[in-house]
Design a protein. Structure first.
Length: 81
């Protein structure tokens, strides 16, 4: 991560961008794949990862499940032991 000194005129504002539909879907798919990979690397079992996708507390994984469906998440989980 880049480090820099604080500048007085730095607004510390969040900046969002809107992606085209195709880019947004590709980004959502990649994000979901990375969630599964990271949770698996942390030692979480498939059942635990799936439960995180079902839990609204985990907003981003839950949004993936809501938009893409459980079959998509199960497909991603196939590679997890």
């Amino acid at each position: 991560m880049a480090e820099k000194d604080h500048e007085e005129d730095d607004p510390f504002e969040l900046v969002g961008v809107r992606l085209a539909d195709a880019e947004a879907e590709a980004a959502l798919n990649e994000m979901a794949r990375v969630f599964v990979e990271e949770f698996a690397r942390m030692g979480y079992a498939r059942e635990r990862i799936l439960s995180m996708f079902h839990d609204p507390f985990y907003r981003a994984p839950h949004e993936v499940l809501r938009r893409r469906g459980e079959a998509f998440v199960l497909f991603l989980l196939e590679g997890v032991p």
